[in-house]
Design a protein around this ligand. Structure first.
Ligand code: NAD
Length: 488
């Protein structure tokens, strides 16, 4: 990594075998743009076969070397040192992520280095405590079986730009705990911060080749997915890319976990505490300018409180401070690209054509001349079958719908191709819980929503396959062998 005098950050290599390796001279580069200023921040290599082959090969060597034979306790110690080294760089990581993806700085620390370190620590504990084998009495012969847990091998980890490090470590941490080695491909929009991950891995004394990093776009990812040296793919991103990757992994009979898109619902029941609901929805409807997979972008509210909630949501939407993500006062940054903003604008135009009304927002903020900003938008009277209610917008646009009763609210929530997050708001916790249990989704909260490292996270339906977090997240990186031992 060389910082050139113009303040541009130029990556000219990839990370493999514990070293920064220069890319082949013919490897093209990609520009990294600050979405708040529309100015170039730096460049990264668009890695191709030569670089990817080298990264996979060093991951294979490390897997066959000391890491593949290490004990859970040894890996746990390395992971804890890695967590410390990441946390030491927390401010630097937060600033660099925010400059690349426009996430407000206050959020960027928690969502990246702090979350990465917490995930590493959680899985370090499992590496230390989950036995590598379990003895079971045999039922069909005299003797016993030993169920051995072995790491799957080399894992390709492909992540998007919205929470780059938090999402990467939801894969890296369980993979390390299981004894796997990794090739990480970050999103081209947020690759500059990965050199800090490499620095932290070195400081932690991770053996060379355990963690490798290649940068680039879709083709880099695709080549990595289909690489015969890759034993498993862990992907977070769009449902469209997930379907393609699933097909490629299906063809190769390669295990894959997919964390994909969402169109989750907040169900606001007629006895909800409105102030508390709006407080919670500030994050759940608008986190990271709506560029969050878990977003509650459909608000399904009891008809009797529809007007009150809409008024509250309009006030809430207007309360966000849009601007420079590096300014502590900013509560909403820009969208990631000009194209993404145009896509969001298209969804809002389409919603109006479909009969919805824009209660607030629906435009670029007039006071911000540069940057891909878009005002927080509340669309009301939305039909749950319309495009706005069915497709993931990935912007600060909330669709509000009225429901006649709890049953109707559940039916509307479930009338979706997705099932990732969700929340139920009610003064009666038992009632909220019985509603929540009927929603087809991977995670759902009562009067709140969060992620918890101990509880599996993942999607139903088109929101994904497999789980991250919890012991289930570790199992995704483990191959089982039943060893039959006759009585001696
Ligand atoms: P994307 O699918 O375009 O890209 C994600 C990553 O995959 C990038 O690194 C990209 O370069 C790579 N990629 C794209 N196509 C590929 C292919 N065919 N083969 C291999 N790699 C490929 O998604 P995005 O626009 O960067 O991210 C936004 C999407 O991610 C949204 O749909 C969002 O809901 C989803 N997401 C899901 C979760 C979750 O946990 N479920 C979390 C965050 C984001």
């Amino acid at each position: 990594v060389t910082a050139v005098p113009t303040d541009l950050i130029s990556h000219t290599g990839f990370y493999a075998g514990g070293a920064h390796v220069p890319v082949a001279p013919e490897t093209p580069s990609l520009a990294v743009i600050n979405p708040a200023t529309e100015q170039r921040l730096g460049t990264i290599p668009d890695c191709g076969p030569a670089e990817i082959d080298a990264a996979v090969s060093s991951a294979q060597s490390a897997f066959l070397g000391e890491w593949g034979r290490s004990s859970g306790a040894e890996r746990a110690s390395a992971m804890e040192r890695f967590a410390d080294a990441i946390l030491k760089r927390s401010d630097e990581i937060a600033a660099l992520v925010s400059r690349q993806n426009g996430m407000p700085l206050a959020m960027s620390g928690l969502a990246n280095a702090v979350s990465a370190a917490a995930t590493l620590r959680y899985y370090a504990e499992l590496a230390r405590t989950v036995p590598a084998g379990e003895v079971r009495p045999a039922l069909s012969f005299a003797g016993h079986s030993v169920v051995l847990r072995a790491p799957v091998g080399v894992v390709a980890t492909i992540v998007p730009w919205n929470y780059p490090q938090g999402l990467a470590f939801m894969k890296i941490a369980p993979a390390l705990a299981a004894g796997c080695t990794i090739v990480l491909k970050p999103s081209p929009e947020t690759s500059l911060d990965t050199s800090l991950i490499a620095d932290a891995a070195e400081e932690a004394g991770l053996p060379p080749g355990v963690l490798n990093i290649v940068t680039g776009g879709r083709e880099t990812g695709s080549y990595l997915v289909t690489h015969p040296g890759v034993n498993k793919v862990a992907f977070t991103g769009s449902t469209a890319a997930g379907r393609m990757i699933a097909a490629q992994c299906g063809q190769a009979l390669k295990p894959v976990t997919l964390e994909l898109g969402g169109k989750s619902a907040a169900l606001v029941l007629d006895d909800a505490d409105m102030a508390a609901t709006l407080d919670g929805l500030a994050f759940l409807c608008f986190a990271n300018a709506g560029q969050s997979c878990f977003l509650n972008s459909r608000v399904i509210v009891a008809r009797s409180c529809y007007e009150e909630l809409v008024d509250g949501l309009v006030t809430l939407a207007r309360s966000f401070v849009l601007g420079d993500p590096m300014d502590e006062a900013t509560t909403m940054g820009p969208l990631i690209t000009a194209a993404q903003r145009e896509r969001v604008e298209g969804y809002v135009r389409g919603a109006v054509a479909d009969g919805a009304r824009v209660a607030t927002g629906g435009r670029r903020p007039p006071h911000l001349e540069r940057g891909w900003f878009y005002e927080p938008t509340i669309a009301i009277d939305v039909d749950n079958r319309s495009t706005l209610a069915q497709e993931e917008v990935f912007g600060p646009v909330v669709a509000v719908m009225a429901a006649a009763d709890d049953d109707a609210a559940v039916a509307m929530a479930n009338d979706s191709d997705f099932g990732l997050g969700g929340s139920v708001w009610s003064a009666d916790q038992d009632r909220a819980e019985s509603v929540a249990r009927r929603v087809q989704t991977g995670t759902i909260g009562i009067n709140m929503w969060t992620l918890d490292p101990a509880a599996p996270f993942g999607g139903h339906k088109a929101s994904g396959l497999g789980r991250e977090f919890g012991p289930e997240g570790l199992d995704e990186y483990v191959n089982l062998t039943s060893l039959f031992v006759p009585a001696g």
